[in-house]
Design a protein around this ligand. Sequence first.
Ligand code: NAD
Length: 499
Amino acid sequence: MLTTSIPSGWIAGAPIDGAGPDHTVLDPATGEPVAEVALAGSADVDAAVSAARAAQRDWGAATPAQRSEVLGALAAALDAQADLLAEQETAHTGKAIRLSREFDVPGSIDNVRFFAGAARILEGKASGEYSGDHTSSIRREPVGVVGSITPWNYPLQMAVWKVLPALAAGCAVVLKPAELTPLTTLTLARLATEAGLPDGVLNVVVGTGTDVGAAIAGHPDVDMVTFTGSTAVGRTVMGQAATHGTRVQLELGGKAPFVVFDDADLDAAIAGAVAGSLINAGQDCTAATRAIVAADLYDDFVAGVAEVMGSVVMGDPRDPATDMGSLISTAHRDKVAQMVARAPAQGARVVVGGQVPDGPGAFYPPTLIADVAESSEIYRDEVFGPVLTVSAFTDDDDAIRRANDTVYGLAASAWTRDVYRAGRASREIHAGCVWINDHIPIISEMPHGGVGASGFGKDMSMYSLEEYLTVKHVMSDNTGVAQKDWHRTVFADPGRGSR
Ligand code: NAD
C-alpha cells in the first residue's frame, strides 16, 4: 500500500528529490517507519514559487468553466483513490480508520466538488453610474501566487481547505504539509496533475517549518500566505509575511466551550460532549474542550460523560472497530500527559483517564477533568488531546461570561431546549461558529474560521473563495469632456484647466 521512499515534493507537475536531511515518517500508533523522505529546503521553495508564478498567468486567465472542469476531474480522481487516501491518512496520523474513511476523505472530496462549482461564481456589486459621470464596475481577480502551510491533524482536509479555493479563484499554490504527515498531500498533488491541472499550478514542498515554512512565508514573490496551525507559529508566520507586506490568512488554535444549560437534553449533551471532545483523539481545533455546565446538572453530567468515555475503544487505528487511535507522536502525547498531570495541583479532579498506557504507540486515553478552576492551565491553554474539562456555572450571565473567558474564538456550542437561550448564546458567544445542540459538524457551503487568538479569514464556503480574490474597481468616464466637473477642486478658475 505504501512506498518506503517518497518524493520531497511536487513541482511543475513532477516529483522532486530534496537535498535532505533524511526524515522518517512514522506510524505513531506503532512507532514503525511508514516512509523515508529527503526533506526539501529553501532552494526548492524558490523553484516552486517560480513554477507557480509561471503557471499562474494562464491558470488565472482560464475561463471559470475550464477551471471548474479540472477541479471536477480532481474530485473524481480523489474519489477513485479514496481507499488509498484513507489508509495513508491513518498510517501517518494514527487516527482511527473509520474517521479517515467517513470524515477526512469524503469531507475533502466534497470540498473539492464544492470549489469546482464555486469556480464559476464571481460576486460583486452591479455595474452602474454611481457618480453620474462614470460607469463603475467590479472585477474579481486572483490574488496570484499563494503560499500555504498546513498542520498534521487533518492533513488532507487542511490541504484541500487551503488549496481548492485558491485554485478556484485562479491562483497558483505552493503548499507545505507538516513533515510528520506528507503522504496524502503528495497524493493530492499527483492526482491533480493526472486530472489535468496544468503543471506548476499546485506545488508541494515537504520540509520543516523553520526551513521551508519560513521560506514560503517570507518569500518576496508570494502574494498571499495562508496558514493553519498553532497560534504561536501563526504569529511568527504573520511576522515573516510582514517583511514584504504579504497578505495573510490564519486559522489558529481553539479552546471551544461546550455550554450545557439546565433545560438541556442531558443524554444528548453527554453523547455530544464525548464525541465532540474525542474526535480525532481531541486533536481538532474545534473540539469541545471546556464543558461549562449548569450547577443542577453538574454531577449527572460528570457521571454520564465518565461512563460513556469509559466505553470508548482505543487501539489499533486500522481496526474498523476502534473508536480512537493514537495521538500524532509520543512527544505530543507526553505534552498532553504532563498538562493533565499538573492539573490536580491546581485543584482539579481527574475523573477518568489521565494515565499513559503501557506498550508502543502514542496512545492517551479519553480523559475527563472535573472541578477545574478558571485560572488553571488545563482550562485556559490548548491541550490538543482527548481531554475534556468540566466546570459549573450559576446563571445564564455566568455561562456566557465563562464561555467567553478565553483568548480563543474558533467554535462553541450551547445545549438548551429554550429558543431564547439558544439565540442569546449564538449572539453573545465570541466564536467563528456556534452550534446549538451539537458540536463538530462542518459543511462545505458554510465558513470555518475564528476570531481573536484563533486567527482571521475563512476556510470553506464562498467566504473562503473571497480570500483568494482581489476586488478591482474600474471607473470609466462617460462625459468625454476635457474639463471634468470635479476639476474645480483643483483649479479655482475653470479656464486654467484648458489650453
Ligand atoms: P504548528 O503551528 O506547530 O505547525 C503548523 C505548520 O506550520 C506545520 O506545517 C509546521 O511545519 C509549520 N511551521 C512550524 N514552524 C514554522 C515557522 N517558524 N515558519 C513557518 N511555518 C512553520 O501546528 P501543528 O502542531 O502542526 O497543528 C496543531 C495546531 O493547529 C493546533 O494549535 C490547532 O488548534 C491548530 N489547528 C487549527 C485549525 C483551524 O482551522 N483553526 C485547524 C487545524 C489545526
